[in-house]
Design a protein around this ligand. Structure first.
Ligand code: SF4
Length: 74
């Protein structure tokens, strides 16, 4: 199966490694950004409110936190 890169990668703080350590960013890229984007809490929130509104500190596995941001945003 061909892998694809997340549509938000060019504007994502985690993908860019701005908000996490380099080793963590590499693991996130492999697992989420170039793996299963739809499993990423940042991706799900970006779909709902736009990647520019996703907090840099939100991590891909933090679905509960993403839900809380979404409730605040609507
Ligand atoms: S961290 Fe999530 S939103 Fe950001 S590029 Fe990776 S899959 Fe996309």
């Amino acid at each position: 199966m061909a892998s694809t890169t997340c549509e938000f990668s060019s504007r994502c703080a985690v993908f860019a490694g701005r908000s996490v350590r380099a080793d963590a960013a590499m693991r996130y890229r492999e697992h989420y950004c170039m793996g299963d984007c739809s499993a990423c809490a940042r991706w799900a929130l970006a779909i709902a409110i736009g990647i520019d509104e996703v907090p840099d500190e939100l991590l891909p596995h933090q679905h509960d936190r993403a839900d809380a941001y979404l409730i605040q945003a609507v």
